[in-house]
Ligand binder design. Sequence first.
Ligand code: XMP
Length: 331
Amino acid sequence: TWTTGNVIEEQVERIRAQVGEGTAICGLSGGVDSAVAAALVQRAIGDRLTCVYVDHGLMRQDESAQIEKAFGESTGGARLVMVDAEEQFLSALAGVTDPEEKRKIIGREFIRSFEGAQAEILREQGVIQGDHAEAKTFLVQGTLYPDVVESGGGEGAANIKSHHNVGGLPEDLSFELVEPLRALFKDEVRAVGSELGLPDEIVWRQPFPGPGLGIRIIGEVTKERLDVLRKADAIARAELTAAGLDRDIWQCPVVLLADVRSVGVQGDGRTYGHPVVLRPVTSDDAMTADWAKVPFEVLSRISTRITNEVSEINRVTLDITSKPPGTIEWE
Ligand code: XMP
């Protein structure tokens, strides 16, 4: 019979058998899948697992610190390497406004930072010596059953090559994939995560895109604009949570129209500030979505607080487009 306890026991056994005396690396994104995969592998092989979290500077308010804290507490102090790559990402994004260009740059810089951290870890462990790989190592991924089906199935334990020439890993290094969630659906992953002691903020975290707030600033991404968006986003999230709407809403991007300004009035003064867009949606799988009918009083509180507390923003708008034709994210 299927119980979370059985799944955990079985996966821990399998991971031990697969990894043997080897070492493994897992990239954490802040999302539930990578966290549960890492927690399972940590249970199986302890500190022979090293987790890597690349902080690209595009996360929401206090998010990176929360991920570090939650992960450390719930896995009994697994090894976690935090890479502070904010400057690297912001300088690579300087002057860029095209959405696809932004996504490409963020993806490329992510691989560069992640592989840089991997190379350092694997050198410490003796897996890489000089320019050569002395051994194979393991890479943990939070692939779920629907991803396996979508990509045409196949058995696990695939080998993948590094993206050499990007992040400085030797060409002869290969990774064997460890994918302990390959048989599970999202709700089962959440159940396993809870059973393993991961906190609700991780287990029930709403989807958040890999490129982060970088694709929620329409226009160039700068530190100043990110800070403005982070303040507005934190207010919207706090009010939605306080209203008890987190599990009804799939997610609610807050988008900063950084190149648009409009005239307003506040106190006795004229303002000339930026608008933000609230994009609350309901969905089952993000393939289609509807705009969420958030109660007017909640919208009203969000609007009042954002315009009072974030001086650069003088207008709050609501996106009432379903998907299709709109996507959930604006870029
Ligand atoms: P769209 O905007 O295509 O988004 O309707 C569908 C879902 O995917 C998320 N999303 C991403 N997730 N990396 C991710 O991990 C990405 O590059 C990315 N882009 C969009 C989005 O937040 C929504 O849940």
